[in-house]
Design a protein around this ligand. Sequence first.
Ligand code: SAM
Length: 291
Amino acid sequence: MEKTFAMNDGTKIRSNSALTPYFLKGYYYVFRAFKFIIISLKVLAYGIFHPSVIFNFLFGVVTEIAEFHKRCGGRVRNFREAALYRDLTAAVRFFKSNCFNADFGTIRPMEAQVLAAVAAHLRPKTVFEMGTYTGFSTLHLIENTPPDTVIYTLDLPQDKAEIVLRNDLHEAHRDIKNINLNARRHFDAAREGGRVVELFGDTMTFDFSPYYGKIDFVFIDANHSYLYVKSDTENALRMLSARGVILWHDYDFIHPGVFKLINEIARDKRIYYIERTRYALYIKNAEGVRP
Ligand SMILES: C[S@@+](CC[C@H](N)C(=O)[O-])C[C@H]1O[C@@H](n2cnc3c(N)ncnc32)[C@H](O)[C@@H]1O
C-alpha cells in the first residue's frame, strides 16, 4: 500500500516501501561522494600540467589550518565579540576595493575589503602604515578615509644598497629578500595633495617620536621577524591617540614572529583576530572591560 513519507527538508514523497527515504538519502550522499572523487582526480590531472592550481589549492589548505589554529588556542579573541564588529555590521555600507591589484606580498582581496571597511568606519584623522610596498593597502586607506585624513606610509629606502637592517637577524633579512623595492606604487602621493606622506627608513631606527599620541589608525605590515614586529608594536602603541586602533597583518603560523608577538601581548591586552583574514586588531578605548 502506498504511504507518504516526510523528507528532512519538509517535502513529502509517496512510496510503497518504508525504505525509499533511506534509499534516496543514501543515493544522494553516494552520488555526491562519487562526484567529489571524480573532481579531485580531474584537479590532480590538470594540476600536473598547471602546477599553480595545486599551489593555490595547497595555499587554501594552509590558510584553513591557520584559521583553525587561531580558533583553537591562545588568548586572542574573535573580532565578532567586539563592539566595533557589531557597529560595522549594523551599518551596512559598501567600501572601495580593487582586488585585482592584489599581488604576492600584498594583503589579499578579502583583507583589502576588511581594511577598507575598518578605515571607512573609524574615519581616522591620521593613519600610519608600516610597509608600503606597491601601495595596494595604502590605496585602500586613501580611498576609504575622509578627504582631510593624513596617511603616513613608511618603507625601506628604494635603493637596496642603502639598507642596513640594524637587527642583523637572518629572519629579518630573509623577509625582504624577494621584495622589489622599486615596484610601481598604486598611488601617486603628489596627486593626493599632501594627504599621503611617503616616508623612507628602517622601522627599527626610524624616529616615531613626532607622531606620539597623534595617530588614530596604525597598520603594521613591514618586517615580520619577531624583534621587528615587537619594536613596531611598541612604537605603534606610543603613537596611538586616545581613540587609536592597531591592525597587524600576517598573524598566522606562517609568520611565527608575528604569531608569537601577538599571542604574547594578548596576555594583558584585548586582541582580536578577524576571521578569514590574517589580521589581528587592538582597540585602545576598549581596554579594561572584559565581557
Ligand atoms: C608585505 S609588504 C607590505 C604590503 C603592503 N602593506 C600591501 O598590502 O600592499 C612589506 C613591506 O615592508 C617593507 N619592510 C620590510 N622590512 C622593513 C623595515 N625594516 N622597515 C621598513 N619597511 C620594511 C618591505 O620593503 C615591504 O615593502
